[in-house]
Design a protein around this ligand. Structure first.
Ligand SMILES: CC(C)(COP(=O)(O)OP(=O)(O)OC[C@H]1O[C@@H](n2cnc3c(N)ncnc32)[C@H](O)[C@@H]1OP(=O)(O)O)[C@@H](O)C(=O)NCCC(=O)NCCS
Length: 189
């Protein structure tokens, strides 16, 4: 079962700003991805492939999976994205997390991850994971480092076929959504 099937009506994304802080013209607004976002998503991901050590994506895959994405826009321009990708019935992964340089250091990355956490809860996942060269970024948001072999579904899905298998330098991080539901995540430090 694909996530698109499992999540036919992805919930609306909360606005990036609060009523107390009206959006400035440059504010990034988040919403659910649409198939017609795919070319912009591809361009954004490809521009940051090397920097983010991201998995390459294709236009057809992004068109199919666009509804799994949270997309950040300033006006009509796509400046940020992240995908909630299911690895199993209980584990989902943060994939293709990118914020364009123009929109960084303003909490947009954290808002994207917060939104994926919310969606993962809604869709009944127990764990949100990421494979990353930036474990510190995720640890700041409450994720924990775990051994790669804990992530069997990820390894079966993406790692066995990868040229960098066993030498990729990525760290596995996970966030327990059952603990998050009980105690919440740490505030930004
Ligand atoms: C990682 C990324 C998404 C962060 O986007 P962002 O919108 O700037 O993120 P936020 O504003 O929520 O947080 C930025 C903060 O995280 C901190 N941070 C970044 N990397 C960090 C790390 N490895 N360890 C700890 N903190 C880190 C920064 O110091 C920054 O703090 P500052 O704003 O006070 O300088 C963005 O840099 C990016 O797109 N990088 C290229 C792609 C990539 O690496 N994706 C992640 C792959 S898993």
């Amino acid at each position: 079962m694909t996530l698109a099937t499992a999540m036919p009506d992805a919930p609306a994304v909360l606005p990036a700003t609060t009523p107390e802080a009206p959006p400035s013209p440059a504010a990034v607004v988040l919403r659910t991805g649409r198939p017609d976002d795919a070319p912009a998503l591809l361009a954004l991901i490809e521009a940051h492939l090397e920097e983010g050590h991201l998995l390459p994506r294709s236009l057809s895959e992004l068109t199919r999976r666009a509804p799994r994405f949270v997309v950040g826009r300033t006006g009509a321009r796509v400046v940020a994205c992240a995908e909630l990708a299911p690895l199993s019935a209980s584990v989902a992964e943060v994939r293709s997390l990118v914020v364009h340089h123009d929109a960084r250091h303003d909490g947009v990355g954290r808002q994207l991850v917060d939104e994926l956490v919310r969606r993962a809860h809604v869709h009944g996942f127990d764990t949100l994971s990421a494979f990353t060269h930036r474990p510190g970024y995720f640890v700041r948001m409450g994720f924990s480092l775990v051994p790669h072999h804990w992530m069997r579904d990820k390894i079966a899905a993406d790692c066995h076929s990868c040229a960098l298998f066993r030498r990729c330098g990525q760290s596995a991080v996970v966030l327990s959504l059952t603990e998050t539901a009980r105690g919440g995540r740490p505030a930004r430090r």
